[in-house]
Ligand binder design. Structure first.
Ligand SMILES: Nc1ncnc2c1ncn2[C@@H]1O[C@H](COP(=O)(O)OP(=O)(O)OP(=O)(O)O)[C@@H](O)[C@H]1O
Length: 308
């Protein structure tokens, strides 16, 4: 379990993390999202003891990383898959990690098989593709059979088969009762593999909820989309019935406060031909963009000011 409480990190005049509080729980895949520069990496680096917080705490299983008796067994980390010595083979890289933590060769072979790297185990990491490097990073994170995993952009550079593999892997790890915290900019993928999502902007918490709850917050969620040959009379009919109607391009109306049945019946009442009709569910990406809009604009404005 990862617990971040009132965490703040300042670099000179930059506040990278600003009073952040959230938890990633066992048996759950927690997605960690935010625009570039939101403070995700800084938070993850603090959790794994690579940075010291200015104030607040970050713990794994109730202890600060530095106080964990066997860190590699408690928390597996992949923050930068490129941080592998290019001249070392995948096997040697993992073996050297294993040796410093009293882990045997059998476990090294196990994680090589688990990550699909067995056929290239004796190839030097420097010759690896981005996707193979990612798999090696994940293998390193799994090496200590940890109860908690922190993976920064694990699907970055993977082909579709690799993306699917990571999705199944993280679901499996959570099903085994492990805590998984992963960051990704691929919203569609996160919606498929995360249970909960923590969204930050400018170092502050913007949302901490289940994927379903966050998707339900998107403006499109709960609306009805209808495309007709003649939207105006239908819009009038729906407004008169108390619905909110937003006309979109191509004869489409977005309707809030009415069901699909209500809209279909209203169309029949005013003699309009319906070409398309359906309930909208929104998406994690839309909800994310709406939630982080201000944070991104603030950054863009900041950068413009800085450039002057
Ligand atoms: N070592 C450092 N010294 C000074 N400023 C830093 C340092 N590390 C991070 N920052 C600043 O802190 C802020 C948060 O950066 P961080 O890398 O944590 O964001 P991020 O959410 O991981 O972004 P990205 O999605 O681009 O990786 C940024 O403004 C960044 O420039």
């Amino acid at each position: 379990m990862i617990e971040v409480a009132a965490l703040t990190k300042r670099y000179g005049s930059t506040t990278a993390v600003d009073g952040l509080t959230f938890a990633a729980r066992p048996g759950t895949v927690t997605g960690f999202l935010g625009p570039n520069g939101a403070g995700k990496s800084t938070t993850m680096r603090i959790v794994v003891g690579l940075e010291r917080p200015t104030s607040g705490t970050a713990t794994v299983d109730g202890r600060r990383f530095a106080d964990l008796p066997a860190p590699l067994h408690a928390v597996g980390v992949m923050l930068d898959a490129r941080s592998v010595h290019p001249g070392r083979t995948a096997y040697k890289h993992l073996l050297s990690m294993a040796r410093t933590h009293g882990i045997g060769r059998a476990r090294v072979r196990h994680v090589l098989a688990q990550t699909g790297l067995e056929p290239v185990a004796n190839r030097r990491a420097g010759t690896f593709s981005l996707g193979m490097g990612q798999r090696l990073g994940i293998a390193g994170a799994l090496l200590g059979d940890p109860a908690t995993l922190i993976l920064d952009e694990p699907v970055n550079g993977l082909d579709p088969e690799g993306v699917l593999w990571v999705r199944h892997l993280v679901r499996e790890l959570a099903a085994e009762g492990r805590t998984v915290l992963l960051s990704s900019h691929l919203m569609h993928e996160l919606a498929l593999c995360a249970d909960r999502v923590v969204i930050i902007g400018r170092g502050r918490l913007l949302a901490d909820a289940s994927v379903q709850e966050i998707v339900a917050r998107s403006e499109r969620a709960g609306t009805v989309r209808v495309r007709t040959t003649d939207p105006e009379p239908l819009a009038r009919e729906l407004l008169a019935a108390g619905a909110q109607v937003t006309p979109l391009e191509g004869g489409v109306l977005q309707v809030r406060g009415a069901s699909v049945d209500d809209v279909g019946t209203a169309a029949r009442r005013c003699g309009v031909t319906v070409l398309e009709l359906g309930a909208e569910s929104g998406s994690l990406e839309e909800a994310y963009l709406q939630l982080t809009g201000d944070a991104v604009q603030y950054r863009a404005a900041e950068m413009k000011d800085g450039a002057r």
